[in-house]
Design a protein around this ligand. Structure first.
Ligand SMILES: [Zn+2]
Ligand SMILES: [Zn+2]
Length: 389
């Protein structure tokens, strides 16, 4: 009886041990890193960044060291913690020190080879509204009575300053962005460097237009307050809003340099927003035309196979015609897949090899509000006239 009991105990211990090992294994799998498949462009690495994140040190619900962990898992390269200066609802529980979120998160960020940037959100009524200051040394210096002094304290630290959510309904009537004289004042002083075109789930077309006109750096950020996995269904392919930074290398200095020189684009849902000089190379490097050389006899047909190695589905709409061939008016180049583009000759008397650029607009790559990127798919068609019997 006694032996039996200790055997049972031993078995129980064994079962518990095996269960614990399994638990441990599944935890190890859960820490896998997701790779965001958007290619580098010639001369630059494409860094995936989020420059607007909150923690418990303002009105967020996350301890700072969780932020690098989340960023790493999602395939983010660089991020900024930007707690509100003037809005700290947890101050009963958390001692006020506006450098602390950065200090707490930094060791883990470095261990994970992430670039972490010290920032803050200057949180004022409209005008001028909310601004993020990045690359700060001393955040507490921004805690001033007048908003002008807060911004000056950031500029004195050589900060990069951008206007947050310029169409946010909380501050702009009906969500329409209004540009105030205060913004002109900041711009003319050289203190305003960028603007959020996308914040959380919102896109601001007017801000997009202003960024192009006034040469402001375009940003798209999560402004996440909760754990990222509570805001986005990450297991089903959703991702936070990301600023793509085209930098010489992955470093704080290179990112700063890129931001001051407008080397950015925005990755939001299945869309990219940015200047043609960035979106075109991203498209070209994502796409491979597997068989650009085809032969068509008479009014016959041919299939062009196109592979997309990015994680964006490119939605193409015809943007012109060709004298020689017919091609689909609409086609989606699916992420990580190869699709068939069916073409046919318009006449049976065509002869010889012709270089043809099939003209399309990529509807979900926005170079301006409601304006897709124009591209051409280059193919070579060898036409053989139909046998006259
Ligand atoms: Zn804000
Ligand atoms: Zn915010």
């Amino acid at each position: 009886m006694k032996t039996n009991f200790s055997t049972r105990l031993l078995l129980l211990a064994l079962v518990l041990f095996v269960q614990l090992s399994f638990t441990h294994n599944s935890y190890a799998q859960f820490t896998a890193k997701n790779e965001i498949k958007i290619p580098d462009i010639p001369g630059y690495v494409t860094l995936k960044c989020d420059f607007h994140i909150h923690t418990v040190f303002s009105d967020g619900s996350v301890w700072p060291n969780v932020r690098p962990e989340e960023a790493w898992r999602e395939g983010i390269d660089a991020f900024a913690l930007t707690d509100h200066i003037e809005h700290t609802p947890h101050e009963q529980d958390i001692r006020e020190n506006r450098n602390r979120s950065y200090e707490i998160a930094s060791p883990r960020a470095r261990e994970l080879d992430l670039v972490i940037i010290k920032g803050a959100e200057i949180t004022r009524d409209m005008p001028p509204g909310h601004f993020n200051a990045l690359f700060l040394q001393e955040v507490n210096a921004l805690d001033t009575e007048k908003w002008q002094d807060a911004i000056k304290a950031a500029i004195d630290q050589k900060a990069f300053l951008f206007w947050n959510h310029p169409g946010w309904k909380g501050q702009q009537p009906d969500g329409i962005s209004i540009w105030y004289p205060e913004h002109t004042e900041l711009l003319e002083k050289g203190w305003l460097h960028g603007i959020e075109i996308v914040n959380d789930g919102e896109y601001y077309p007017l801000a997009h237009k202003w960024a192009l006109e006034k040469k402001l750096t375009m940003l798209g950020n999560s402004d996440v307050h909760s754990p990222v996995s509570m805001r986005y269904d990450l297991s089903n392919g959703q991702h936070r809003i990301i600023t793509l930074v085209f930098a010489k290398e992955k470093s704080t200095e290179a990112i700063k340099d890129a931001l001051f020189n407008q080397h950015t684009a925005i990755y939001w849902e299945n869309k990219l927003i940015g200047e043609e000089k960035y979106l075109k190379p991203i498209f070209n490097r994502s796409i491979e035309i597997i068989n650009p050389d085809v032969t068509i006899t008479g009014k016959g047909r041919a299939n062009i196979q196109i592979h997309n190695n990015s994680q964006i589905d490119f939605e193409l709409i015809a943007n012109g015609t060709s004298d020689e061939i017919s091609f689909p008016s609409k086609i989606t180049l699916y992420a990580d897949k190869t699709v068939l583009l069916k073409i046919s000759a318009k006449s049976e008397t065509l002869t010889g090899t012709k270089k043809i650029g099939l003209p399309y607009k990529v509807e979900n790559l926005l170079v301006a509000p409601q304006q897709g990127l124009s591209i051409e798919l280059p193919i070579n068609v060898n036409f053989i006239p139909a046998d006259p019997e």
